[in-house]
Structures are given as C-alpha cells and as structure tokens.
Design a protein around this ligand. Structure first.
Ligand code: A2R
Length: 329
C-alpha cells in the first residue's frame, strides 16, 4: 500500500535505517529527530507533526508538546516506553510490532539458554585466547540441558515460541502468567516465587512496566536456588538488578543469561565482571530481516491510520479507547 499522505511524520530518537526509508517511501514529510530534542523544532513544526515513529521511550511531556499528533507507531513489541493510557486520553492511538519478531527473539532466547547452561561464552574465550593450546581442554561444564525444568514467566507469543523450541531439547516446561492459559497443557503457577521454586531455569519473557517492575527480586532468586539459572529476554526493569548481582556473586543462584538491563546501555561494572553471567546487548530481535519487518509494520500502521483503515497492530489500551481506526470528521 503506497500512501501519498501529507501527514507530517516525526521519527523520534535513534531509528532503524530501513524503517526510516520505508516511512520516506510512504510519506512526503518525514523528519528525523535523532536527539529527541523537541526544542530544535519551531512551534509551527511541532504543530505539523501528526504521526510519530518511536524506537524506545517518549515521555508524556514530549508527547504533550506535540499538539496535533494522532498516532504513535512504536518500533518494538514491548511498548513500556510509551504511556499508551495517557496517549489514549488525548485520543492518540499507539501501535507496536508483535508477531514479526517472535521467531527471532525465541531463537535468541534458546541460544542464550544454551550459552549460559553450557558456558559457551567462556569456552569460546578459551579457544580464542589460545588457552586450549597452552593449558588444555576447557573444563567440563557443571550443567547440561538434560532433564532440566524450565519455568517461563510470560507465556505469550514469544514465551510460547520459546517453549516449543525448548521442547525439542527434552526439557519440561512450566509457566506463570497473571492468567492461566486454556490452550496449553504446561503446568501453571499462580505466583512467580512458586514457579522459581519448581524449576532449574527461570526464563523471563513478560513485558516491562509497572505490573512486572522488579518482580524477580531477592526472594524469587532465593527460591530459584544455588543450582538455578535466570534468563531474561523481556525487560531489564523486571529484575531487581542489584539483588541479581548479589545473588550471582554469593552463589544464591548459579548463573544468568541477560539480553536486557535496568539502565541500557549501561551495565553495572560488578555485573560485567561476573564469569557466571552471559551478557548480550539487547539483540534478541536484531537481525536485518526482522528489523525490516518491524519497520514495515510501523509504516503500515501509520499509512492505514491516515487512509482510514483499521490499524494492523494497535495496543490494547488504544483498542479499549476505540482508537483501532481513525475517527471520521
Ligand atoms: O499475565 P497475562 O495472562 O496477561 O499473560 C501475559 C504475560 N504477562 C505477565 N505475566 C506475569 N505477570 C505480569 N505482570 C504479566 N504481564 C503480562 O506476559 C502474556 O502471556 C505475556 C506477554 O505475551 P504477549 O502479550 O503475547 O507479548 P509477546 O509478543 O510475547 O512479547 C512479550 C515481551 C515484550 O513486551 C517485550 O518486553 C519482550 O517480550 O521482548
């Protein structure tokens, strides 16, 4: 669908280059403000913005400084960086990019599990540094995938794709959501602490935001126990990071594999120093193919809005507010 809309699109913050090109292909007026500094725009320019494409956080203050914005296309499935309820109150629709990244994120999650369980980050360093030739084979790993029980917090689109992949390893899956699913046979745990107690590997695939803030705390880590492994591909805010560092330092849990952090791109020095932590720089969806699909979906949503069609992927807050489609008149 090619749209000749004159709607002013503001791309707010760092943004994928292919995604930007797709917006420029569809819209005549696209401005990229990589620094997120709205003071660089005149009052007239701010008033001309009717659509936003955002690849991270936009504050309510910045959103409110754009009087005529109608829609925010968020690049990413986790939209905790946008206050969708606040936007809805102003009649602004918000879209995200689910589904198109599910397989990529699930692949990365499985890789992170394997790296952490089999210490592949340390084994790789052993080969690369010449240590294998100098001092012999890398030591046998403490853990293996055999007979492991994996607990998933957030058995949604991504969590389920991870579970399906992990089943091929012969592991058992258990999960915790706020609501029990009726379409899966995996054992359900009403609380995260109970799930942590029942599994070897606790894997977080839930969204960020207030309802999951620091849910993985010292108590949950203690329940996971000294042979337990934490994997996080959801949001850094879901883990109490200082409590995790302490748990890794003093053996409360065995190890962790993390793709997300509390204050990205900053990772605490103490965490970076730990050999029992595998650290990835938030790359779960970061392949060119997947990022192109995400950018296309943002652009498609903006086009659909200004053509008066139903949005492809509005977030629930927008649907509830009757903003799944542009109101006429
Ligand atoms: O709680 P439910 O029944 O709504 O299930 C959702 C679960 N979830 C939670 N589980 C426990 N405590 C919470 N406070 C909580 N909030 C949500 O997370 C659902 O099973 C899952 C999210 O699944 P989807 O909405 O299908 O999202 P998707 O595409 O799997 O992505 C999940 C997250 C993103 O938000 C990014 O942060 C990350 O993965 O990349």
């Amino acid at each position: 669908m090619t749209d000749s809309s004159d709607a002013g699109v503001l791309v707010f913050g760092p943004y994928n280059a292919d995604g930007l090109a797709e917006l420029q292909r569809r819209f005549r007026s696209v401005r990229h403000l990589a620094t997120k500094d709205l003071s660089l725009l005149s009052d007239e320019e701010r008033a001309s913005v009717r659509a936003l494409a955002v690849g991270g956080v936009i504050s309510n203050a910045d959103l409110d400084a754009l009087p005529n914005v109608e829609i925010v296309g968020h690049f990413g499935v986790g939209y905790d960086g946008v206050d969708a309820a606040h936007a809805a109150k102003r009649g602004i629709a918000v879209t995200n990019t689910p589904d198109v990244l599910t397989d990529e994120v699930a692949d990365t999650a499985v890789a992170l599990v394997l790296m952490t369980v089999r210490e592949l980050h340390l084994a790789e360093a052993h080969a690369r540094s010449g240590e294998w030739e100098r001092s012999g084979a890398y030591p046998l790993t403490r853990f293996s995938m055999r007979r492991k029980v994996v607990g998933i917090m957030g058995l949604g689109r991504i969590g389920l794709a991870i579970a399906e992949r992990l089943e091929a390893f012969g592991v058992r899956i258990k999960y915790h959501n706020r609501t029990r699913r009726t379409d899966v046979a995996y054992p359900y745990y009403e609380t995260l602490a109970d799930l942590a107690k029942a599994v070897d590997i606790l894997l977080i695939a839930a969204p960020g935001g207030a309802s999951t803030d620091k849910a993985v705390n010292a108590e949950v880590l203690a329940k996971l126990g000294p042979d337990g492994i934490l994997i996080n591909i959801g949001r850094g805010s879901t883990v109490d990071e200082p409590a995790l560092i302490e748990a890794l330092e003093n053996g409360t849990i065995a190890s962790a594999g993390l793709d997300v952090f509390a204050d990205e791109p900053r990772i605490p020095e103490r965490l970076r120093a730990l050999p029992n932590a595998v650290l990835l720089p938030h790359v779960a969806s970061a392949s060119r193919d997947t990022r192109i699909a995400m950018g296309d979906l943002v652009a498609e949503n903006l086009s659909r809005w200004f053509c008066g069609n139903k949005l492809s992927t509005p977030v629930p807050e927008s649907v509830e507010a009757g903003l799944a489609q542009r109101r006429k008149g």
